[in-house]
Design a protein. Structure first.
Ligand SMILES: C[S@@+](CC[C@H](N)C(=O)[O-])C[C@H]1O[C@@H](n2cnc3c(N)ncnc32)[C@H](O)[C@@H]1O
Length: 243
């Protein structure tokens, strides 16, 4: 595992040799927690915790419980290390595909935190739909496709148009993101297939609306992000009366 950590542990554990990215002190998560009215006493579902940085923040902010589903085995083991080092007794890490988990479980949550995972999905609309079936509120941070700023490797664009998708009647454009050689890196933290599909920004917002997400607030809007346009958002599920 040496050399494969991404995140820097928070003080007083920041002397531990891990990575450099401050995911245990992430401003996007602070913003989301505020935006959603806090997570004190709430049951939270986290998709793709990587090394448990956001899980730690959710526990620090008083979440009653956090179920965090991670597919990458090496990342999952790192989450268990984080759990021991930081005493994340209110977190439960599960190893597996969160879409399979959402399809099978009857559990419901007050909030779903889905940071850095939508653009790793092959069927992003399905993720947005299943999150709406299991959680009252949502935090999402994701890349999206914009033809004015396509991430590239050398002269080759990494995200290319891949036709139309239809999921439960929601028709949308798909843009294929190929992982290429990064799949071979021991610290790879993408999806569980050789490629994923990105949505355009308009389709992302339309998809949220279609599957019942309301009160969408966007922040951290970075159309020129080096790895592709990105944004954060929170949303609440429509009540039956509001549909
Ligand atoms: C880019 S990282 C984001 C980590 C963290 N949530 C953040 O925002 O910093 C994506 C994480 O989601 C995990 N992941 C991606 N697709 C998954 C899936 N279908 N099921 C479970 N974990 C998944 C990856 O293994 C990785 O740990």
């Amino acid at each position: 595992m040496r050399g494969t950590w991404t995140s820097r542990f928070p003080p007083p554990h920041d002397h531990l040799r891990a990575g450099n990215v401050p995911l245990f002190e992430d401003r996007r998560i602070e913003w989301a927690i505020n935006q959603l009215g806090g997570v004190e006493g709430r049951r939270v579902l986290e998709l793709g915790p990587l090394e448990g940085g956001h899980t730690y923040m959710l526990q620090q902010h008083g979440a009653h419980s956090i179920v965090a589903v991670e597919a990458n085995r090496s990342a999952y083991l790192k989450c268990l290390i984080t759990k021991e080092v930081l005493g994340l007794e209110r977190a439960r890490f599960l190893c597996g595909d969160f879409l399979a988990y959402l399809e099978e479980t009857d559990e419901t949550f007050d909030a779903c935190f889905a940071s850095g995972v939508l653009y790793h999905a092959q069927n992003p609309a399905k993720l947005i739909h299943l999150a709406a079936e299991h959680a009252e509120s949502l935090f999402l941070w994701t890349h999206y496709y914009d033809e004015r700023h396509v991430p590239s490797r050398g002269a080759r664009e990494r995200v290319v148009p891949a036709g139309w998708g239809v999921y439960r009647g929601f028709r949308h454009r798909l843009f294929r993101y190929r992982y290429g050689l990064s799949l071979k890196w021991a610290g790879f933290c993408g999806g569980n297939a050789p490629f994923s599909h990105w949505l355009s920004r308009d389709d992302l917002l339309a998809c949220l609306e279609y599957f019942g997400w309301r009160e969408v607030s966007v922040a951290f809007d970075e159309p020129l992000h080096t790895n592709g346009p990105a944004l954060a958002l929170t949303a609440r599920r429509a009540t039956i009366g509001g549909l």
